[in-house]
Design a protein around this ligand. Structure first.
Ligand code: SF4
Ligand code: SF4
Length: 114
């Protein structure tokens, strides 16, 4: 194979028509304000856990909205990213859209544990 000095990234597109939306719908039902998220990243910027770990709350709920639950859950749930959140609530205070981000984390944990 010829080396051009770069490589083409693996496609990250997902087929939303065939994706399992049940968990996502349950999350939106439990935390209706999730609909208003514009992905600004304010929650990530202020996150207490993000200061000390690689936890990224926007990435977490973004993966959930992409139905990529497998990237958030594991057999041993304790080592997943969601458990790095301390539920301090700072992210909820700064969200310009009033998303209950703390509630989002709690619900994602519950839904993924089922
Ligand atoms: S701060 Fe609010 S609107 Fe911005 S990414 Fe986080 S949840 Fe979404
Ligand atoms: S509640 Fe969790 S996600 Fe939100 S700022 Fe605190 S540690 Fe970060």
């Amino acid at each position: 194979m010829i080396n051009f000095g770069y490589k083409i990234s693996t496609p990250r597109s997902i087929d939303m028509d065939s994706a399992d939306s049940r968990l996502y719908c349950q999350l939106v039902e439990a935390v209706p304000s999730y609909r208003y998220c514009i992905g600004c990243g304010g929650c990530t910027a202020t996150c207490s856990a993000g200061q000390f770990t690689d936890f990224n709350i926007r990435k977490a709920h973004f993966l959930f909205s992409r139905r990529q639950y497998d990237k958030l859950a594991s057999d041993t749930f304790t080592d997943t990213d969601l458990n790095k959140c301390m539920l301090c609530g700072k992210c909820s205070l700064v969200c310009p859209r009033g998303v209950n981000t703390r509630g989002l984390i709690l619900q994602m944990r519950k839904l993924l544990l089922k």
